[in-house]
Design a protein around this ligand. Structure first.
Ligand code: ATP
Ligand code: MG
Length: 766
């Protein structure tokens, strides 16, 4: 095992090695894509656990140096004895695996981390390292301490759909019109508040600029109250409330600071204010905090992530050691140079240039398609060619800016019989029947969960109408109990007399489910839920009536039971209903991505963060798509888009294919978009361009402008006829972006960039 670790360490370059052997105190590793940040993080944990912290304990003669550690490792390898004081000191200082917490962004990244630690340290020790996402870490903390802040330990985790249901109730309570203040806007504002650690009280107290602001604060307070009554946290709450818990309860804080003496955070550039605060509350007085990130890859600003967290780290933790890594091990130099070209156009960055010794590789292939079908077919051709040459489907990833862009590729691939997998989109757990069954399971776990109860109380229909539900809710509020409590005693309330039978019947079902949970295995319980609630019978009846999707839905429920069984197999005796529901709540899009199957993978660039693939297709590289239409009016938004482009480009190891299409159907509208500015930012020497044969042919007859006018009368995006791109009078700043293509091919030609540097808005005109 030690030899294996040695071999891993041996691979590291000098700077990486320095980072790995810097064991104590605050450490910031700031480095570009593919430079081995995650690799360093894993090796650093292995080093801590295997060889210990470099700082001697009080009895040791002096802190160990890197040379000391080398001497020890040499001794281990050659089987000779190390100087006993050194050996004793280091062994004594070896960090226990359960003292280490590593936080990353996705469950997939956390899983990968665990897997690599297992490989380096062996099963037992590797498993003992607590590697998780921010959200899972918080769930774990709250499961233990939620009662301290007035929530049950068996709390429910609400998803967006649940939140919206709560909001509807709040809107009704406060008499708010969704047209005046859209629920979505209110939810976004609440989310921002929680990311910024603004409590409902603070939101209410802050002098609101307008009525909407003040109203949103009231909504926020009412929403939080309802969630607390239901014993539920939404996703933002998981972090926000954990921060409150740790900030207000010193004993809890001490507990964790003692437990996790070494903290490591990957993808640190995407942490929000709340996440940052969480990390600092968990960091003990020894300040053994190591964060790893890349300011150029910060792509969650819209979700409250703040780049300041990374820029301020050195200020907040005095004595921080900062290490920069500059060698990229992932990509060819053509790919890397293309990435460098793009990101150089951002002004808000610390600035660094990556290099690689991986060789030039092929040039970045840029393809201009006629439309999205043409784009899909081109990609299929390229992949087909690779397969002929012995390549694998799973080595190919198709990345895009927005989920909606996957649809044309998906339908083309399905018709062409190309195995593929979409990460994201409608998730299994978001299907109605699956959510319904999970809701039943939730209320068995947490009887206070009125939101989930409302979801299924009349699903399948059992004659419990909306009016009855409101009466129950009122009674529950009056008596300060849950709605289920009222239902259990429905016969005692005159107001419920008309619905007593169905309510008591529902109560009976509920009790049988509770029995089932106690007496049967978890997957049997899941099957019981589907059966005893009448859900199965309802779908079977639908199927018999010829409802087409009923059979699918039955199948999905079968799959649900399988999933529960898998969960049980994975967790053995520790499997619990809460645990299962928690897993579901925390599964994110990216986690449904299973590498082992040989299929092309499709996902958004956001989901691809931290991953790498031999062949990457970056599609839809067009103005209005990427950068998105919305982002074009703010320099900050534009820079975020550019970072996203940088993330996309740097996922590729061997070859990068970028495509844009002159016409694209998006959201039911045909758009004509110019090639993305990010494309033009790449120096031509790193690129090889091709165009769809159809376009080539067309340009031979009278040029771009004319052919557009002929084929698309009154093009949807304000295409303004035959004026060439470089000569257009309208340009970006003045509205009407798709303002005409040049009839010369070769849009990457520098001459079209004449306006570059004159500032956004006028850069593309004239
Ligand atoms: P990202 O910014 O995308 O998260 P990263 O900085 O975390 O990237 P890693 O994923 O750790 O980079 O490493 C990128 C690739 O380089 C991996 O395939 C990794 O195995 C390899 N690598 C890292 N360091 C070395 C090294 N010293 N020698 C050889 N390969 C290395
Ligand atoms: Mg990484």
């Amino acid at each position: 095992r030690d030899t294996y670790i040695e071999k891993q360490f041996g691979r590291l370059n000098d700077m990486q090695r320095q980072a790995v052997f810097t064991t104590d105190g605050p450490l910031l590793i700031l480095a570009g894509a593919g430079s081995g940040k995650t690799t360093v993080l894993v090796n650093r944990i292995a080093n801590l656990i295997r060889f210990g912290s470099a700082h001697g304990s009080k009895q040791t003669p002096r802190p160990a140096t890197e040379d000391d550690i080398k001497a020890l490792r040499n001794a281990i390898m050659t089987g000779t004895a190390a100087p006993s004081w050194l050996d004793g000191m280091l062994r004594q200082n070896a960090v226990r695996s359960w003292n280490v917490m590593a936080i990353t962004f996705t469950n997939k990244a956390a899983g990968e981390l665990k897997e690599r630690l297992r490989r380096m340290l062996g099963g037992e020790e590797g498993d003992e390292v607590f590697a998780s996402t921010f959200h899972s870490a918080c769930v774990r903390i709250l499961r233990r301490w939620a009662e301290e802040i007035g929530y049950p330990r068996s709390f429910t985790i609400y998803d967006t759909d649940d939140s919206q249901r709560v909001m509807k109730a709040v809107y009704k309570d406060l008499n708010v019109d969704d047209k005046f203040l859209p629920i979505k806007a209110a939810i976004n504002q609440m989310s921002r508040w929680k990311d910024q650690l603004v409590s409902p009280e603070q939101a209410l107290a802050s002098p609101a600029k307008d009525t909407k602001g003040a109203l949103t604060a009231r909504i926020y307070a009412a929403y939080e109250k309802r969630l607390k009554e239901a014993g539920a946290f939404d996703f933002d709450d998981l972090i926000y409330q954990t921060v409150q818990l740790l900030a207000e309860h010193k004993d809890v804080r001490d507990f964790y600071q003692n437990k996790y003496r070494y903290l490591l955070v990957d993808e640190y550039q995407d942490t929000s204010v709340a996440q940052f605060r969480l990390v600092s509350l968990l960091t003990g007085p020894e300040k053994n905090i190591c964060v790893v990130g890349d300011d150029d890859q910060s792509i969650y600003r819209f979700r409250g992530a703040t780049i300041e967290n990374i820029l301020n780290f050195e200020r907040i933790y005095p004595g921080t050691k900062t290490i920069r890594l500059e060698q990229n091990y992932r990509s060819t130099s053509n790919i890397l140079n293309a990435a460098n070209c793009v990101i150089q156009h951002n002004t808000e960055r610390k600035g660094k240039t990556l290099w690689t010794s991986n060789g030039e590789g092929d040039k970045v292939q840029v393809y201009t398609a006629e439309n999205e079908q043409d784009e899909a077919s081109h990609i299929a051709d390229v992949i087909g060619q690779h397969l002929k040459e012995g390549g694998h489907l799973a080595d190919h990833a198709i990345l895009y800016r927005m989920n909606a862009q996957s649809a044309p590729i998906e339908s083309y691939f399905t018709r062409a019989g190309i195995p593929h997998k979409i990460v994201g989109g409608q998730r299994f757990n978001d299907r109605k029947e699956v959510k319904d069954i999970h809701s039943y399971m939730s209320i068995v776990a947490n009887p206070r969960d009125d939101v989930r109860l409302r979801r299924i109380i009349n699903e399948p229909a059992r004659k419990i109408g909306a009016t009855t539900v409101e009466v129950i809710a009122d009674l529950a509020a009056q008596e300060g109990v849950s709605m289920l409590d009222i239902i259990g005693h429905a016969d005692q309330y005159a107001k419920l007399s008309r619905a007593v039978m169905p309510l008591l019947k529902f109560w009976q079902i509920y009790q049988r489910l509770q029995d089932s949970l106690e007496t049967r295995t978890l997957d049997e319980f899941a099957a019981d839920v589907i059966e005893l609630t009448g859900y199965k019978a309802m779908l079977e009846a639908d199927a018999a009536k010829g409802h087409e999707d009923a059979a699918d839905r039955l199948q999905n429920l079968g799959q649900l039971v399988n999933n529960v069984k898998n969960y049980c197999d994975q967790h053995g005796e520790e499997a619990t209903l809460e645990g299962y529901l928690e897993d579901i709540a925390l599964i994110s899009d990216i986690d449904s991505y299973n590498e082992s199957a040989d299929q092309v993978v499709l996902m958004t660039i956001h989901s691809a963060k931290g991953l790498e693939f031999p062949y990457v297709f970056l599609i839809g590289m067009e103005e209005g798509v990427f950068p998105s239409e919305m982002s074009k009016y703010s320099e900050a938004d534009l820079e975020e888009e550019r970072r996203l482009a940088y993330v996309g480009i740097t996922r590729a190891k061997k070859e990068l294919y970028i495509s844009n299409s002159v016409s694209r159907m998006l959201y039911g509208r045909t758009q004509r978009n110019e090639p993305s500015r990010f494309l033009r930012e790449i120096e031509p020497e790193y690129i090889e361009e091709t165009r769809s044969p159809v376009l080539e042919q067309r340009s031979r007859f009278g040029g771009w402008g004319d052919s557009y006018r002929d084929t698309v009368p009154g093009g949807a995006s304000g295409y303004s006829g035959p004026s060439g791109w470089g000569r257009s009078a309208s340009g970006y700043g003045s509205g009407g972006y798709g303002s005409g293509y040049s009839n010369r091919s070769g849009y990457l030609n520098r001459e079209y960039n004449a306006g570059e540097g004159r500032g956004f808005g006028s850069a593309y005109a004239n």
